[in-house]
Design a protein around this ligand. Sequence first.
Ligand code: SAH
Length: 389
Amino acid sequence: MAECTTEEQWRILEFYSGIGGMRYSLMRAGIHGQVVEAFEINDRANDVYEHNFGHRPFQGNIQSLSAAELDKYAAHAWLLSPPCQPYTRQGLQKDSADARASSFIRILELIPQMQHPPIMLFVENVVGFEISDTHKRMIAIFAKTCFVTQEYILSPLQFTIPYSRPRYFCLAKRKPLCFKNPYLNFQLLHRFTPLAALKDSTMMAGCPPEEVEEECYLSCQPIRNFLEAGSLMVFEQDCHDKEVKRSGDFFEKFAVPHSLIERWGSAMDVVYPCSKRCCCFTKSYFRYVKGTGSLLATYENLKDEAGKSNEICFMKDLGLRYFTPGEVASFHSFPSDFSFPEHITIRQRYALLGNSLSIAVVAPLLEYLFTDLLDVIEAQNSAVGGHAT
Ligand code: SAH
């Protein structure tokens, strides 16, 4: 029986660990826990994880883990961010027929066979997952193994970050554990206010995501707060000598070439240092411009002029550049001491970041999942003899 008292640490497994977004979120949430193992198949992601945490994740296919192997960790919680391609539009939506979805279902199916099954689970995925066949199978396994769930679709915009990246999250607790707000059980919510006494959960569940985004816009910080220190110099110079402004490696490396603006300008999402929203950066950012993330206009004196901003001749004068990997990491709320090992190329950095998650969103969700210790103690008292906790 996996037990945890308030003095002990939670034992946590991190599946599909990538560059460690879940682990950073645990740290941000101040959870008294230990990641006893992380699992990730990608070599480069593991290089980055090891570089920052001093531990190399178990480098193998999650698909081949057995119940006995997982039992050895006696983990209380499993954090999972399985590959999202099966559910994205680009991924052709093959869903559970897609081989990439099978490792996820496979490990969930191990839960009923385990001596020390987890008592809490946290799942992250793209929007669209909630209507997938894989989701249906996940919920059926949770029902069979006595988990209660609360599901959310949330974006960093709701946490003052000027970054639109709505994602699906499922929080699951094994009975008799319960959530602080049990009246939200088995619902899909578009807002997160766990500490408020939210009695009218039907209203929350039904609130359209666009309305929620609109509401949050005002409280968001400007993009300027997320830019690299070196790049701010560019905006602060109020001179008209473009050569001076553009000089330096920094701009050279990340500038958007005029040939790309001519070809794709009308499809580009241009934002300004004063803007309060930018689009989701995908793993193809910097390789393709269409639909992969916003571009930054570096001449601050040019304000966002609605309707004009995608006129090609106008766009060429904006000093357009890509956001740097460091800036994308900031939009994902990674800590300032996060870094990449030198050998990871720029494109690989964007690709790894594109797969990762928003710590500003995940940390409060994890805090909500983990820190209600009173219910744990209660659960331990009531779990006499069985392996319910
Ligand atoms: N949360 C992570 C990213 C998750 S993206 C972060 O913060 O970076 C999904 C990850 O799952 C990718 O890194 C991919 O390499 C890994 N992956 C996909 N299928 C896998 C499998 N069968 N076994 C192990 N890792 C897998």
